[in-house]
Design a protein around this ligand. Structure first.
Ligand code: GUN
Length: 282
């Protein structure tokens, strides 16, 4: 039986630590604040934003939320971002993605002051992280690393395969594993014989967003499987990329979905907000 990597439990612990740090910041005259912006009516995004509000409460962070309709014009969002950039009492700004079609996501993430970019999406922050001098940590990949560390799983010298090459997860995940001396392969939808590549992995991280992609024949005996994906089934259940029941007997450790990486992403967001409130020092 594989050990479950319990992201829910670890995230609670991290948020308690954040609450202590927030209290100290308040004592010193700074009330940490995260502004969360939701544009449109994507139901999954609405759930994520609601969860982030709760995380803020548990972490002693003031959460400000802003909502705009599906029909909002880009200039309205840019005006809001400008206002939030200029406010000294707002430390982090998060614009929930995906945005409605009239928005250029890249222009939006470039508009956020890099010192308030708690998602770590701005090229300045991606560059700093890539060069090993991070201002903020990319939330999901850093959540995965924290989870591995909590269970004493050291990537040093391990074969790690990351499935997915998104800017949010796949690419920064590879960077963080590389910083910890893993041998990293990034596989994706055009990788021939994905099963063969995945079977190499001591640590397999799947962030493809494809229900049922990771099957038994792709997992080496004793591997650690980290499932980053959050796919909705037809009946509304949340599932990862991996066929959990099929692969679990092969794994040494495995993340559940939900309750694995998801809550960790949000805990790192809280940590990044506190980093921003401290003035950008990790
Ligand atoms: N949409 C899905 N994941 C994320 C995330 O980590 N940050 C933002 N801003 N939007 C998302």
């Amino acid at each position: 039986m594989a050990t479950r990597l319990d992201g829910k439990a670890l995230s609670e612990k991290l948020k308690k630590r954040c609450a202590l740090e927030s209290a100290a910041l308040r004592e010193a005259g700074t009330e940490p604040c995260l502004a969360v912006v939701l544009v449109g009516s994507d139901p999954a995004s609405a759930v994520y934003v609601k969860n982030k509000k709760k995380d803020c409460e548990e972490s002693g962070i003031r959460g400000e939320s802003y909502e705009m309709p599906d029909t909002a014009e880009p200039k309205e969002l840019f005006a809001l971002i400008d206002k939030l950039n200029g406010r000294g009492d707002v430390h982090g700004i998060l614009v929930q993605f995906p945005l409605p079609a009239q928005f250029d996501a890249r222009a939006v993430l470039m508009a956020i002051d890099p010192k308030k970019d708690v998602d770590c999406f701005h090229p300045e922050n991606v560059g700093l992280m890539t060069q090993g001098a991070p201002r903020f940590l990319p939330c999901t990949p850093a959540g995965v690393m924290a989870l591995l560390d909590e269970y004493g799983i050291d990537p040093l010298g391990k074969e790690c395969v990351v499935v997915g090459r998104s800017d949010i997860v796949g690419k920064p995940m590879a960077m963080l594993l590389l910083r910890r001396h893993a041998t990293v392969t990034v596989a994706h939808s055009r990788t021939p014989d994905l099963a063969r590549v995945c079977r190499r992995a001591d640590i397999l991280v799947s962030a493809a967003g494809k229900l049922g992609l990771i099957t038994r024949d792709m997992v080496k005996q004793g591997a650690v499987v980290v499932d980053v994906a959050m796919n909705r089934t037809a009946d509304g259940k949340l599932k990862g990329d991996a066929l959990f029941d099929d692969i679990e007997p092969l794994c040494s450790y495995i993340t559940p979905v939900p309750g694995g990486v998801g809550p960790m992403t949000r805990a790192i967001l809280m940590q990044n907000t506190l980093t921003a409130a401290h003035g950008g020092k990790l």
